[in-house]
Design a protein around this ligand. Structure first.
Ligand code: GLA
Length: 392
C-alpha cells in the first residue's frame, strides 16, 4: 500500500528536524462516499469507503517548548509555543484544522506536549475526498501520540474542531469513516445512533473517483445554507408532526402531507434527504443480493436528486456523470461529497476501468481544458499508527 513517498517520511523528518529520535508515524485516510449525501447532518444514513489515499504525520517530542508543523504540500513551516495553544484564534489558514484539533484536545483535558510534526498527504486537497478530515484525525493521533481515546469520541472531537475552528457545520461522516474504515468494505453509518456496520460489496464491480479539479467558491457558504434550509424544513414539518426532530424522522408520506405548507426550496431540500436515506437502505440491500444493476440506478437517482432538489452539483460534475453513463461497462455514477466541484464516484465493471479513465480524461479535456485525476477506490483500513514493520 505504501508508496515510496510514504516510506521516506522518517528520513525526511530527520532531514527537516535534525533527528528522528522517538519519531512515530500516524495515518488517517480520505474517503469516497458511495451513497447517502447531505444526510449526515440530518442524522440519516451514509455509506462511505475509506481510501488508500491518506494523510501521514511523523512526530517526535521537541525540547524547546514549541509545537511545529511542516506541511509538505504547502511547503510551509509554522510554530507556536505549546503552552499558548489554548489562546489561539482561527487564522483562515490550513493550520486552522490541526490547531482546531489541538484546542479541542485541550478542551477535553488532554495536554498538548511540545512536538515537531511533518505532514504528508496523498489525499488531493479540495477534491471532496475529505482531505480536511484526514488532516484532523491524523493530527489528533499525532498529538495524542499513543494516549488512549475512545474512537467515537475522537471522531466527535475532530468534527467539533471543524465546526469551531474551520467554521464549517459539517456532519460526522468524514471524521467517522477516517477512523472506522475497513479494508474490502464500505461502512454504513447511522448518523443518529452513531453505530455502523460493514457492508461487503459484490464481486464483479469496482468504484472509480474522477476529480473535476475545481472547487467553486460558494461551496462553503452553500453548505451552511443547506444546513439552515434543512433546519427550516424540520421546523415547518413540526407544525404538522411535532414528534419529528430531524429529517431522519420524516417518512415519505409525512413529507408529502407537509410539503404544501413548506417554502418550495425547503420542500425540495427535504425531499432529497428523505429519498436519499431510503436509497442508502435500498443500495445496501441490493448489494447483499448482488443486484449491481439496481445499485447503479440508485447512484444515478442520487445524483439527479442532488442536482435538481438539493442543487449542490455543477456543470463539471454533471458532465462527468452524464459522460460516464454513456460509457461501456458503467453501471452508475454520481457526485460525491459536499458538491460544487470535487469528485464523482462511478461504479463499473473492472475490465472497463482502464479504458474508462482514459476516455473520460479525453472527453473532460475537450470540454473544460483541464485534465481530471482518476483514482481507483480501494476500501482501506481506518486511521492508526503506522508501525515500522508495515511501511518503514
Ligand atoms: C462534506 C461534509 C460531510 C457531509 C458531506 C455531504 O463532506 O464534511 O459531513 O455532509 O459534505 O454528504
Amino acid at each position: 500500500m505504501a508508496g515510496l513517498a510514504e516510506s521516506l517520511l522518517k528520513a525526511d523528518f530527520r532531514k527537516l528536524y535534525g533527528s528522528a529520535e522517538g519519531v512515530r508515524v500516524f495515518r488517517a485516510p480520505g474517503r469516497v462516499n458511495l451513497i447517502g449525501e447531505h444526510t449526515d447532518y440530518n442524522l440519516g444514513l451514509v455509506l462511505p469507503v475509506a481510501l488508500d489515499l491518506a494523510t501521514y504525520i511523523a512526530t517526535a517530542p521537541s525540547a524547546d517548548g514549541k509545537l511545529r508543523m511542516y506541511s509538505e504540500f504547502r511547503k510551509e513551516m509554522r510554530e507556536w509555543n505549546a503552552a499558548e495553544i489554548g489562546a489561539l484564534k482561527p487564522a483562515r489558514h490550513w493550520t486552522d484544522y490541526p490547531i482546531g484539533v489541538a484546542r479541542e484536545l485541550l478542551g477535553a483535558g488532554l495536554a498538548i506536549a511540545p512536538a515537531n510534526l511533518l505532514i504528508r498527504s496523498t489525499v488531493p486537497e479540495g477534491s471532496g475526498l475529505s482531505s480536511s478530515a484526514a488532516l484532523e484525525v491524523s493530527t489528533a493521533l499525532a498529538l495524542l501520540s499513543g494516549r488512549a481515546m475512545d474512537r467515537l469520541d475522537l471522531a466527535r472531537l475532530c468534527q467539533r474542531a471543524e465546526h469551531n475552528f474551520a467554521g464549517i457545520p459539517c456532519g460526522i461522516m468524514d471524521q467517522y469513516i477516517s477512523i472506522f474504515g475497513r479494508e474490502h468494505a464500505a461502512v454504513e453509518i447511522d448518523c443518529r445512533s452513531l453505530g455502523h456496520r460493514f457492508v461487503e460489496l459484490p464481486a464483479g464491480i469496482t468504484f472509480v473517483a474522477v476529480n473535476t479539479m475545481v472547487r467553486h467558491a460558494l461551496a462553503g457558504s452553500a453548505y451552511k445554507e443547506r444546513v439552515a434550509e434543512c433546519a427550516a424544513a424540520v421546523a415547518g414539518i413540526q407544525e404538522k408532526f411535532p414528534e419529528v426532530e430531524s429529517l431522519r424522522d420524516v417518512s415519505p408520506e409525512q413529507l408529502e402531507s407537509a410539503a404544501p405548507c413548506l417554502p418550495a426550496v425547503a420542500a425540495r431540500r427535504a425531499r432529497h434527504v428523505v429519498t436519499e436515506d431510503a436509497r442508502v437502505g435500498r443500495f445496501v440491500e441490493a448489494s447483499a443480493r448482488g443486484d449491481v444493476e439496481l445499485m447503479g440506478r440508485l447512484l444515478v437517482e442520487s445524483h439527479r436528486s442532488l442536482q435538481h432538489d438539493y442543487e449542490v452539483s455543477c456543470a463539471e460534475l454533471d458532465f462527468l456523470v452524464d459522460t460516464a453513463l454513456g460509457m461501456e461497462g458503467v453501471l452508475g455514477s454520481r457526485m460525491t461529497g459536499g458538491g460544487f466541484g470535487g469528485c464523482t464516484v462511478t461504479m463499473l465493471r473492472p475490465r472497463a476501468a482502464a479504458r474508462f479513465g482514459e476516455e473520460m480524461a479525453r472527453a473532460y479535456r475537450r470540454q473544460f481544458q483541464a485534465t481530471p485525476q482518476v483514482y481507483a477506490c480501494r476500501p482501506s483500513a481506518g486511521a492508526g499508527e503506522v508501525r515500522d514493520s508495515e511501511e518503514f
